[in-house]
Design a protein around this ligand. Structure first.
Ligand code: ADP
Ligand code: MG
Length: 443
């Protein structure tokens, strides 16, 4: 009822005389929450949008009152983006299906139909399709590896979704690697491991995203080994993702290593320019942002990190709010020019570096300052040492203090190690380059 009133209004507005494209696209992003005699409550996912609409309240209320044939006000309520389960087109799924996806840990934004394919990811895409069509029969496990933002999570989720769409009785579960770890540790502490096992061992599809997290943790690996065997022997499918190739996951038990390599391992590469252009066009369409292809190309050219693409798109969009024209070449060029000009003035802080590195390597900031020497923590820690030294020119003693290391020789050692690796290893060089560019582009 509420939804149909609102979508009815949108249709009228779209065809009416007062229509402006930006207001329309902003209105389309709202979620109707409630209706009283004289007021309709609308959920709004970001405060920028709310401010924008608030300024246009009068004309919106006027149109609304005309369509509803009585005086009607609007109430704009800020809502959590996460709690909005259906990011997709309004009402395209039954609520119960939404619950099914939600319980399986799947998000609406990751689907096959909004995944762009190019040479860098076509093998991964084909393998994902094959597994989605015939889980448990083709490649088991399917193992995706590759850098941050190349679409591993997106593909793995799309498989889970497809399987559930075909048969929502299937037991599908998407689990981030650190969640698996935490749940198990909690299970051991609370003596509820049976519950844990019941949850994981009888699945038709288990996806563990960022499996590298379980390395170095004995009890977790042991449990995962049994989970793996149990799922596979019952005909279930396993999909794993990792930010690095299997050979580069240190401290992984041999028996897991051999299980993992028994299926298909696919390298998902950094998206090329064409793919980045396609991705940004997809993201714009999903957010109802009008973006012409030339503007999309410039953004894709300037921003090589896929996760930063979306951020840039939103920042550029924000600049066009309230203006008549949408995102065109001028707006995009002005945005990047302004950024270039602003760069020397903007000071990157140590917090920015820590955050960038943690997000790149998927670790928690608290781990950096811990005593942990596991490779998954010590390597990012060395990268931070290197960046604090080269980007901020901090003294070794200062870096030691920040990272809670005992003395400055540890830091010298870390900085040297990374400097050496950058010369020898092109992958590391590229990783560090990407972190630095994320620092300068996200600020
Ligand atoms: P990863 O898990 O490899 O770090 P994600 O799957 O989280 O990467 O992808 C990062 C973002 O980029 C997501 O918003 C995702 O939807 C988007 N993305 C990545 N690759 C593609 C693609 N080929 N087509 C559409 N969107 C993509
Ligand atoms: Mg991921």
């Amino acid at each position: 009822m509420l939804n149909s009133i609102w979508s009815g209004f949108l249709k009228h507005y779209e065809n009416g005389p007062d229509k402006t494209p930006i207001v329309l696209s902003a209105l389309k992003q709202l979620k109707p929450l409630g209706l009283t005699e004289d007021e309709i409550e609308l959920g709004c996912e970001n405060s920028g949008l709310r401010i924008y609409l608030d300024k246009r309240r009068q004309s919106i209320e006027k149109s609304l009152s005309i369509v509803l044939k009585k005086k009607t006000k609007i109430k704009l309520t800020l809502i959590e983006p996460r709690s909005k389960k259906d990011a997709g087109p309004l009402l395209s799924y039954q609520p119960s299906m939404q619950d099914v996806f939600h319980r399986a840990g799947l998000h609406n934004k990751y689907r096959f139909d909004n995944f762009a394919v190019s040479s860098t990811n076509q093998v991964a895409h084909a393998a994902a399709q094959a597994v989605a069509q015939s889980p448990g029969n083709s490649y088991n496990p399917l193992f995706f590896y590759g850098g941050v933002g190349v679409g591993k999570t997106h593909l793995a989720q799309a498989v889970g979704r497809t399987i559930l769409e075909k048969d929502h009785e299937k037991k599908v579960f998407f689990c981030p690697g650190d969640q698996f770890t935490n749940e198990l540790i909690e299970g051991i502490r609370e003596r509820t491991t049976m519950k844990f096992r019941k949850k994981y061992r009888y699945l038709d599809l288990l996806i563990v995203d960022d499996i590298q997290f379980i390395a170095g943790k004995e009890a977790v690996q042991e449990e995962f080994f049994h989970t793996f065997n149990s799922v596979v022997s019952a005909g279930g499918q396993i999909i794993l993702t990792s930010d690095r190739p299997l050979s580069a996951i240190k401290n992984l038990e041999d028996r897991l290593r051999s299980r993992f390599s028994g299926g298909l391992m696919v390298d998902v590469q950094q998206p090329d320019f064409e793919l980045r252009t396609a991705i940004i066009l997809i993201k714009a369409r999903e957010k109802n942002i009008e973006l012409d292809i030339n503007a999309a190309r410039i953004i894709a050219e300037q921003v090589s990190d896929v996760r930063a693409l979306e951020g840039s798109l939103l920042s550029i969009y924000a600049q066009t709010l309230g203006k008549k024209e949408g995102i065109d070449l001028d707006v995009v060029e002005a945005y990047f020019q302004e950024k270039k000009d602003a760069k020397p003035n903007h000071k990157i802080g140590q917090g920015d570096i820590m955050r960038a590195v943690c997000s790149f390597y998927n670790i928690r900031p608290s781990h950096l300052k811990s005593a942990s020497r596991s490779e998954s923590v010590s390597f990012p820690r060395h990268i931070i040492m290197y960046l604090l030294r080269t980007e901020l020119k901090l003294k070794f003693e200062e870096i030691a203090y920040i990272l809670k290391r005992k003395d400055h020789t540890t830091i010298m050692h870390g900085v040297d190690k990374i400097s050496g690796l950058i010369i020898k290893n092109p992958t590391i060089k590229e990783e560090v380059g990407r972190i630095i560019s994320s620092l300068t582009s996200s600020t």
